[in-house]
Ligand binder design. Structure first.
Ligand code: GAR
Length: 195
């Protein structure tokens, strides 16, 4: 049984979906939800689901990314995760941190990578006149949003869409895609999930 830790920064809807899926017949189970934001709504949702949580406020480490990551690593290493899932975790991790979890850290990103790494993905897709958008789960490597693709789901961009309506349509697919990828990945299968 693989042990999964999840990093969040906000509401944690993807985290909730991962935890719900792991409650069934599954090759992994959640052992920790950690956040850089003590006010992240997802921490309460994890507690309600009976999962241990940790919060390390990045604002306590101004201009000290290494110090922040060392503090974040403490509870993480105690939880002894086999797999680390970033689920709306909005801090960039240093190459040192990423190397510690090389080949076992996943991220979900709200675009059809390699298009639109970074922020404001939905507004950029609309501004470019794209016909479709979507989400990608990928392995995390030191280069931002550039690791090997493990799954993708597409949605149409409709006339009249703004960033919020498109984000909501993509999020529905994120909630299907991430559990499907984690299930496969935890079973040792890295074949991309295409929804
Ligand atoms: C999701 O849309 C996720 O793809 C995005 O943040 C949202 C988190 O929602 N992640 C990124 O933009 C990472 N750069 P959630 O907290 O409800 O899962």
């Amino acid at each position: 049984m693989k042990r999964v830790a999840i990093l969040i920064s906000g509401g944690g809807s993807n985290m909730v979906r991962l935890i719900e899926d792991m409650a069934g017949d599954h090759p992994a189970r959640p052992v920790l939800v950690a956040s850089n934001n003590p006010a992240a709504g997802g921490l309460n949702r994890a507690t309600e689901a009976g999962i241990p949580t940790a919060a390390v406020d990045h604002r306590n480490f101004p201009k000290d990314r290494a110090g922040f990551e060392a503090a974040l690593l403490r509870p993480l290493l105690e939880a002894e995760p086999d797999i680390l899932c970033l689920a709306g975790f909005m801090r960039i991790l240093t190459p040192d941190f990423v190397q510690r979890f090389a080949g076992r850290m996943l991220n979900i990103h709200p675009s059809l990578l390699p298009k639109y790494p970074g922020l404001n993905t939905h507004a950029r897709a609309i501004a470019a006149g794209d016909a479709e958008a979507g989400c990608t789960v990928h392995e995390v490597t030191p280069e931002l949003d550039a690791g090997p693709m493990l799954g993708q789901a597409r949605v149409p961009i409709l006339p009249g869409d703004d960033a919020a309506t498109l984000a909501a349509r993509v999020l529905v697919q994120e909630h299907r895609l991430y559990p499907a990828v984690l299930r496969r990945f935890a079973a040792g299968d890295r074949t991309p999930v295409i929804l």
